[in-house]
Design a binder for this molecule. Sequence first.
Ligand code: DHB
Ligand code: FE
Length: 280
Amino acid sequence: MAKILGAIGTSHVPAIGVAVDRGIEDTPYWKDLFAAYVPVREWINENKPDIAVLFYNDHGLEMFLDKKPTFSIGCADEYHNADEGWGIKPIPPLTGETDLSWHIVNYLIENEFDPTVCQDIKVDHGATVPMSVLYPGHTYKGTKVIPIAINCERHPMPKPSRSYAFGKAIGDAIRSWDSDQTVVVLGTGGLSHQLDGERAGYLNTEFDQMCMDKLVTDPESLTHYTNDELTEIAGAQGVELAMWLAMRGACSGPVDELVNVLIAPISNTAAGVQLLVPKD
Ligand code: DHB
Ligand code: FE
């Protein structure tokens, strides 16, 4: 059966991807954040997971307000990046893993989740930035990716408890896949931030640190928040915690924490980097 080797939480702030592309990781603004990625990159290099199951949110590039699936699963051979307003960035596409995608879809439908199936979809910075950061020089070509989007833009959004349960079901699906391939689960986005409105620039690092710690010891305690409460406490885009909850849900049982770093601000966001490894 397939095995989940580890889970990584990371913000997907577009400026992080730009910093990688410009080779300015060692400059004063960026160096602490990129120091946090060093052990995560090392872990990836040592463990070489075959597949990255990547929870992200589509920021309106493919799924705009007029069509907004609550949960959707990529079932394509390849995922090109969307034009985010500055022309198509010349980065390699992500390679899909359709056998596992369809296994997850079928498993979910049998287990009380009904996701949208996306056989032709472009991905945005929610997926491309974490892959570029974790695989510097766009060396992710040999790693297959399954992008899974959670609606974080348009109300009504899935409750945090549902995103956690969704991740749990996907973890169960992966562990029931008849394959010897290995998987890393990525939860991208967050942590606290608000990009527009009166509270633009709002951060709450105390809450973020509490969330990162509880993701290790007591993730269920985070599922009691409503999205309105998260918006109040962590900013309008703080609801991107959904992807971290799904990531942790996929791990199922207890985990060892190898990395837990929070740096703020990075662009408009409190940027978290976390590496969790399921205990056997
Ligand atoms: C920023 C953060 C995000 O999560 C995002 O999707 C876009 C921008 C930011 O902090 O700039
Ligand atoms: Fe975002």
